[in-house]
Design a protein around this ligand. Sequence first.
Ligand code: KG4
Ligand code: ZN
Length: 350
Amino acid sequence: MKILSIETSCDETAISLFQVTETESGTHFKVLANITHSQVDVHRAYGGVFPKLAKREHQINLPIVLEQIMQDQEIPDYICVTSGPGLEPALWTGITFAIELGQKWNIPVVPVNHMEGHILSVLVPEINGSDFIVPKDLFEFPALALLISGGHTELVLAKNIGDYAIIGKTRDDAVGEAFDKVARILGLQYPGGPEISKLAAQYINQEKPDFPRPMIHSKDYDFSFSGLKTAVLYYTQSLPQPLSDEQKIAVSYEFQEAATEVITKKTKQAVLDLGIQTLIVGGGVSANTRIKESLIKQISEILPAENIHFPVRELTGDNALMIGLAGYFKIKKAPDAVYTDIRAEGNLKL
Ligand code: KG4
Ligand code: ZN
């Protein structure tokens, strides 16, 4: 079976094409083409993703990316497209494009949940290896997924593939959003996560502020990052302007430590409380080396290292390969399902 997948939930216009074959040892995926066109340069001037602009860029880029993907390729059997969560105007461009293509090629279009895509992104061992097998017993369940991106901060309990419950989420800003806002306060460019983490890595033992660890002692698995961001704002405003490089390094370091501690503590608590066998981490912020190192250190005290999964770096952010993977498992479960009314759902739950 050949699957074309389309992802336009935020600021990446992404399409992938792969061949899937069921074999004795598991499911064999052969990636035929995979392109992620980032709009980050277009949005940088706005300090964040500007939905109307994202929509316009997707409309321009989708036909161009599709043409590159389909060079010398035959028409696929299915189209999978992200239906949510995400920015609605951006999602609609992908959905409309997918539906028109499905009609032209006379093949089914399957809506896919973006967050499930992030969960399954860890199944891809390397992006350039293009050929990989997903074993039949791919994860030990129950699994816990920590999804951390610019739009989401969620802890998801997975009893199986396709059986998800959100057990905790942010009550205000997503962690990636907090990284982006703190970067803006410090006059760093968008996206802020990589900039903050680069500065934080330069910290030695300069004088530093003490920022709060919001909700670290709460008995639930929820998060809150807006108070942390405000603490950064008030602290930086109290300093003589402009800030020195040393001060920016100290703020970045302490902010990243606060975010890391809260994320690690809540995740570890959930792993312990719920008898979790596997940890999956996904989303743009999972590229953060400090957060990754802290999670691996703490969770490997409870779980075997091979049961802790992070995506390869190229798939931490939004991409179409993860949408095709999630789409394949949905198709496998219900091969004849017909999705007649695919809609963009900005706040779609898992
Ligand atoms: O998953 P993603 O590409 O898009 C969505 O938000 O869905 O995630 C983008 C987010 C941005 O907020 C960006 O600042 C953050 O991921 N990010 C990072 C790092 N790399 C990207 N945050 C912290 N550390 C990083 N190294
Ligand atoms: Zn995402």
